[in-house]
Design a protein around this ligand. Structure first.
Ligand code: URA
Length: 211
């Protein structure tokens, strides 16, 4: 793994989401481009008021080239709908834009991105935030929360808490929908889904009352 290299030199001088997406398609700032099928850039209107940030694309996203189109994305769509958040006002992206995986039999198993990969990819996320200028950023899961909010943020203890940040007026985190899907029983999954929806609903209410 090459060290200390980031995507910064690839950021176009007057970026827009389409320009960023096309520049990111050729990103080789870390070695993950060798593993993934393609760069999976963020998606949504440039005028979105909410930005959701996940960890990295999964198997289905890697093949489709779009974020959150697999099982976690299905749950996310449902939870947003139940929480009254209009999906068309949401920009969805990831901290790392290539799928990191290891083989297990015929399957490609998700592997957590490391600090070098997260740092290498960071200029893309920062550019997305600068271009979209969301009113609220919601990190999904601890990898995104720790990368965006800070390493001391604990999703299990602080989910739904708003933190002071230069990135957006409202910044918070909740669990990753994949963790909800991994709940050990149907009952636990139902309960975790309801908590996830409740978090999103409270966040929506806070955004609305902040005007
Ligand atoms: N998990 C993520 O964090 N991002 C995706 O795009 C899909 C699954």
């Amino acid at each position: 793994m090459r060290d200390a290299e980031t995507a910064a030199p690839l950021i176009p001088s007057r970026p827009s989401i389409p320009k960023l997406r096309s520049a990111a398609a050729g990103c080789t700032a870390c070695d993950l481009y060798k593993l993934g099928t393609q760069t999976v850039f963020g998606e949504g209107r440039q005028s979105s008021t909410i930005m959701l940030i996940g960890e990295q694309p999964g198997d289905r996203e890697d093949l489709a080239g779009r974020p959150f189109v697999g099982p976690a994305g299905g749950l996310l769509d449902k939870a947003l709908d139940e929480a009254g958040i209009d999906r068309s006002r949401v920009y969805v992206t990831n901290v790392v834009k290539h799928f990191k995986w290891e083989p297990r039999g015929k399957r490609r198993i998700h592997k957590k991105p490391n600090a070098v990969e997260i740092r290498a990819c960071r200029p893309w996320l920062d550019a997305e935030i600068r271009v979209v200028r969301p009113r609220a950023i919601i990190c999904l899961g601890s990898t995104a929360a720790q990368a965006v909010i800070g390493p001391r943020f604990r999703v299990s203890l602080q989910r739904g808490h708003f933190v002071k940040s230069e990135l957006a007026p409202l910044v918070t985190a909740t669990v990753h929908p994949s963790s909800v899907l991994r709940a050990p029983s149907d009952e636990a999954r139902r309960a975790e889904t309801l908590r996830f929806i409740a978090d999103l609903k409270r966040i929506r209410e806070a955004i609305e009352s902040a005007g």
